[in-house]
Write a protein that binds this ligand. Structure first.
Ligand SMILES: Nc1nc2c(ncn2[C@@H]2O[C@H](COP(=O)(O)OP(=O)(O)OP(=O)(O)O)[C@@H](O)[C@H]2O)c(=O)[nH]1
Ligand SMILES: [Zn+2]
Length: 214
């Protein structure tokens, strides 16, 4: 089980897990001042007309980029539908788009997540799987961590017979800077339960993910 990410809520309350590194959430003014410092660092004048409002906009954008710290994935998955006429085959939601930021450079990585599970005690609303992806995507982490966190959360909340998560993404830190390899993609997988135990189930999952769409 991946440890819970240290977090602070978007609303301003500092969560208990954040206590170790933060006693007070920075104010809006402090966040804007930090953006002004970075503009100076980049080599521009934060006082010029075009940049004057930028620190406010950046702080606002950060609330959106990192709103996952203020969301509880347990709450999203707390509603299970049990009346499914005994449906027990794989449920697969594929091609869930996401935008995230790598924890190393705070630069976007963008891609798609695919989630499959074999229900045991019931199913969840399909949109909730996409919401789970967003909770973790809108935090700072690696793609591997995000993949494992999604699988862990679904396993914990639904206790399914198996969970499979596949994420494919392009990392801007590899394309727009650094090694500058545009178009390379990274695939990460996590298999739990019968997906982990039976390679044929992994093949079935992958075949369904990559089969022609609608
Ligand atoms: N495993 C993993 N690595 C990542 C992820 N996102 C970014 N990275 C890598 O994190 C590494 C950080 O390496 P460092 O050598 O500390 O940083 P750097 O000097 O900026 O590295 P370069 O990107 O090679 O210029 C780089 O190799 C990135 O490609 C991710 O989600 N998972
Ligand atoms: Zn990066």
């Amino acid at each position: 089980m991946i440890p819970v990410v240290k977090s602070l809520s978007v609303e301003g309350a500092v969560s208990s897990s954040a206590d170790k590194f933060l006693t007070r959430r920075p104010s809006q003014e402090e966040a804007e001042a930090a953006v002004r410092t970075l503009i100076l660092w980049a080599g521009d004048n934060p006082a010029r007309e075009g940049l004057a409002e930028t620190p406010r906009r950046v702080a606002k954008a950060y609330k959106e980029f990192y709103k996952g710290y203020g969301e509880d994935p347990h709450h999203i998955l707390d509603r299970v539908f049990e009346e499914v006429e005994g449906y027990g085959d794989m449920v697969l939601v594929r091609d869930i788009p996401f935008y995230s930021h790598c924890e190393h450079h705070m630069v976007p990585f963008v891609g798609k997540a695919h989630i499959g599970y074999y229900p045991a005690k019931g199913v969840v609303g399909l949109s909730k799987l996409a919401r789970i992806v967003d909770v973790y995507a809108r935090r700072l982490q690696t793609q591997e961590t995000m993949t494992a966190q999604i699988a862990d959360m679904i396993e914990e909340a639904l206790e399914p017979r198996g969970v499979a998560v596949l994420i494919e993404a392009e990392h801007m830190c590899m394309s727009m800077r650094g090694v500058q390899k545009q178009g390379s993609s990274t695939m990460t997988t996590q298999y739990r339960g019968l997906f982990r135990d039976d390679p044929a189930e992994q093949v079935r999952f992958f075949t369904m993910v990559k089969s022609p769409g609608l």
